[in-house]
Ligand binder design. Structure first.
Ligand code: CMC
Length: 393
């Protein structure tokens, strides 16, 4: 079978050619379809960026209106899906629920199972997922509180509608706070894609067997859940809380992170590709200051996070290994200021990453990529003689 190159963790192996996202880890550059992340985060809306990622170009106004309108037509989920929520234990992790709910969409919309969907059919499958994701994520949260579900209001744009279903009261005059809408747009944009990371590669891997979009994305959500990937945002806030309760001695925790006999890692630090800084973290750190000030919130963990960052960036261990704060380091502080509990943080990451996953899945199909099937170097037993169970000593 020829020569096999071993690259565990795919540290230096390209799995595909992609025109979606450009990432330069040395220079700290991130671009979606050629547009700098800094500019998109400042000037764009999440839905506009979703369109850009999925269809390749920024939408004209009429295209964006149609995209929004098509999505609004599909925000309801099948009423039978609500029964799932009653089945999950009330304190079960939102990510576990999201994984199964997204996969379950393929039972309600079986047209997604059709191999070789026409572009129109594929588009409808995508629109339904974009639409129903917000409703599922909002319902998961409402159920976790034991509160009544709030149904989508289609007069709202994508992000406002999501926030309405999450925080909306059933009074006639309740308005979603525009500061929160703008913060949420920014966060979702910053999370929208990140080239061939663990979850995107998973979506492509699963999709390469011609598995339907909903199941492929569900697999991506599972990959995201781990604390080394998207689950880090929940782990960061829990770590910061722990440090606060422990008296705020950042030096002690830095030493713990450096200790090779201690499994503790500084959560929200380090990245496989970024070796100078994570451009998303830079934007989020600044946004964190602005948003907390705007909302009049003083969160003591923000000070701890800044102290930790400062101490780590001057520590030889972190310098030698090029460890910098990543996207997850400050995002949780903002989510918390917006009113989300920490168990929801990774779900919010998934909501933001959805268009990226869809774009990766769509590109893989359009490029007619072959089934992904890595090889291995076998290191197990060679030839063994079978011994009947009665004779095994
Ligand atoms: N705290 C302490 N030491 C660290 C950390 C950390 N957060 N990250 C890496 N190191 C050390 C690691 O122990 C190793 O040291 P040595 O060379 O002495 O053995 C060296 O740095 C290289 O680390 P690695 O684990 O080989 O690097 P990797 O590219 O495989 O892992 C990472 C990247 C992001 C998984 C890792 O840095 C990490 O676990 N960070 C904490 C979790 C985290 O914040 N994840 C979010 C990543 S960004 C958003 C996303 O992708 O979802």
């Amino acid at each position: 079978t020829g020569f096999i190159t071993l690259d565990t963790g795919y540290k230096n192996t390209g799995s595909t050619k992609s025109a979606v996202t450009f990432l330069d880890g040395e220079e700290g550059i991130l671009k979606y379809r050629g547009y700098a992340i800094e500019e998109l985060a400042e000037k764009s809306s999440f839905l506009e960026v979703a369109y850009l990622l999925i269809y390749g170009d920024l939408p004209k106004q009429a295209e964006l209106d149609k995209f929004q309108n098509d999505i609004s037509m599909h925000t309801l989920i099948h009423e039978d899906m609500k029964k799932f929520f009653d089945g999950y234990p009330s304190k079960s992790h939102p990510m576990a629920q999201l994984i199964s709910l997204v996969c379950s969409l393929s039972t309600f919309y079986p047209e997604c199972l059709k191999s070789h969907q026409t572009p129109e059919e594929k588009d409808l499958t995508i629109i339904k997922l974009m639409a129903k994701m917000t409703t599922l994520v909002a319902f998961i949260y409402k159920k976790s509180l034991g509160h009544p579900l709030i149904y989508p209001k289609n007069k709202y744009d994508y992000v406002t509608n999501y926030l309405w279903m999450t925080f909306g009261q059933r009074t006639e005059d309740y308005e979603v706070n525009p500061v929160v809408v703008s913060a949420m747009n920014k966060l979702l944009i910053l999370h929208a894609d990140h080239e061939q990371n663990c979850s995107a590669s998973t979506v492509r891997m699963v999709g390469s067997s011609d598995c339907n979009l909903y199941a492929s994305i569900s697999a991506g959500i599972a990959a995201l859940w781990g604390p080394l990937h998207g689950g880090a945002n929940q782990a960061v806030i829990e770590m910061l809380e722990l440090i606060k309760e422990d008296g705020g001695d950042t030096e002690k925790w830095i030493n713990k992170a450096k200790d090779k006999n201690d499994p503790f890692r500084m959560m929200g630090f380090g990245h496989r590709v970024y070796k100078n800084f994570d451009p998303r973290a830079k934007i989020i750190k600044k946004a964190c200051d602005d948003i907390l000030e705007n909302l009049g919130i003083d969160d003591p963990v923000l000070e701890i996070a800044k102290k930790l960052e400062e101490a780590a960036l001057t520590d030889q261990y972190f310098i030698d290994r090029k460890l910098y704060p990543n996207v997850d380091f400050y995002s949780g502080i903002i989510y918390r200021a917006l009113g989300f509990p920490s168990e929801m943080f990774t779900v919010l990451f998934a909501l933001g990453r959805l268009p990226g996953w869809i774009a990766q899945w769509k590109e893989m199909h359009e490029n007619k990529e072959p089934i992904n099937r890595p090889r291995q170097i076998y290191v197990g037993h060679k030839d063994r003689e079978f011994v009947p169970i009665s004779s095994r000593g």
